[in-house]
Write a protein that binds this ligand. Sequence first.
Ligand code: PLP
Length: 449
Amino acid sequence: MATIQIRTAIPGPKSKALMDRRNAAVARGPFHSTPIFVAKGEGAVLEDVDGNRFLDFAGGIGCLNMGHRAPRVLEALSKQLDQFLHVCFSVTPYESYIAVAEKLNALAPGDFPKKSVLVNSGAEAVENAIKIARAYTKRPAVICFEDAFHGRTLMAMTLTSKPHPYKAGFEPLATDVYRIPYAYAYRSQAGTTVEEFAHHLEDAFKRHVAAENVAAVIAEPVLGEGGFVVPPREYFAALHKICKKHGILFIADEVQSGIARTGKWFASEHFGIEPDLVVSAKSLGGGLPLAAVTGRAEVMDAPGVGGLGGTFGGNPLSCAAALAALETIEKEGLLARSLEIGKKFEARARGWQKKMELVGDVRGLGGMCAIELVRDERTKEPADSETKELSKYCYEHGVINITAGTYGNVMRILVPLVVTDEQFDEGLDVIEAGLASVAEKRQLAQATV
Ligand code: PLP
C-alpha cells in the first residue's frame, strides 16, 4: 500500500490558516521549504494538520538519520523526563553529558586521545571550534571555502560563502577570515587535478594571509547547503598535509555530513583524514538540539576553565536522546543502510540523467545524495526556477524535499535512513515524475518562443 496519501490541495485549509497566523506573528526571516504544517512524524513519514501523508526526504535538514520518533529515543526521553530536565552542566553536572562526549571521542576519526564539548546548535559548535583553534595556536586567521555553509551566528555567517540571504545587511562580519575555492569538479575546468585544487591553499599564503597567522582551515567534507559537492578522495589529505606543514589545524564541519549520513560515522573517514577538530550536530541529537566539538585532547583543553560552555549546552534531554540515537544507528545497521540508499539513488538518478538534459550532475556519498539541474548540459546554466518548480511538484505529490546549491539548482536527499525500500522507491517515483513534468514544460515553453 502506498505511504503517500494526499487528501487536500497542498497546502490544505488548516496549513493555510496556520501560515496566516505565522505571517502575522513570526518574523519574516525564518524560511520555509514547504507551506505544510506538521501534526505527526514516524520513521520516514510525516502527516500534516490536514491529514495528508508525506514521505520525508528532508529529515528536518538531516537531523533524523535514525527516523522520526525513533523508539529508543522516545524511551530514553521518557526515562529522563522522570528524572530531571535542566540543571546546567556548569552548575551540577550529570553523567549523560560525559557519556555523549566519550561516545563522540570514540567515534570521531583519529587514533589519539580526544575530548568533546557540547553546545546547542551547529553554528554554536562552529563558533566554539574557531575559539578553540585560536586559543591553541594563538593565531587569529581562519581559511574557509567558496560555497561553504557554517551557520548564521557572527563567525559562522562570516565563514559561510553565500551573501544572500545569509550575510548581506548583517555586516560588519568577523575579521581574519579568508576564502579559497572548493574542489567543485562539476563547475571547475575539466581535468583539474587534486593538486591544483589543493594548491589554492598554498596560494592563499602568498596572496591573502601569512601561513604563520592562520589558526585553522575549516571545511565541510561534503558541501551541505552548497549543493552536496563531493571532492575527489585525495583532496582533504592534500589540504591536511599543507596544514600540518604550517602548524595549522584542520577542522571538519560534519554538521550535515556526520552521524551516519554518508555511510560512515563521519564523512572524513571516506577521505582517510583525521581532522584536529570535528564539528557535529543535527542527527546527533536524535531530533533534539545538540551539537559538539570533538578533537585532539590537547587542542580541546587550550581554552581555560569557563571559556567554553553555556546555560543549555548538552542539556539532559538532548544527551539522553543522543545516546539512544547513536545506539539506534549501531543496532539497526544504519551505516550500511546509508550506503544502500546512496546506491539505489545513484542507479535511478543516472537513468534520469541519460533521459533528461535537465539533470546535469548526479552525486553523493552514501545517503547524502543530490542532483544538480541545468538548462544546458554544455554551458551548465543553473536551472534555479526549474529546481523550485520540481521541489513544489514533489511536496504537492507527497515528498517533502529541500533544495541546495549556491545557484539554488540542486535537489538534495536527506531521507531518514530507516526509510523502507518501498517508501524510498515511491519517493523516487515522485521525483522522476516531477522531473518529467518540469522538462516537458520547459520544452513547451521553448517551442512557443
Ligand atoms: N554547518 C553545516 C555544514 C550545516 O549544514 C549547518 C546547518 O545546516 C550548520 C553548520 C549550522 O547548523 P545550525 O543550523 O544547527 O546552527
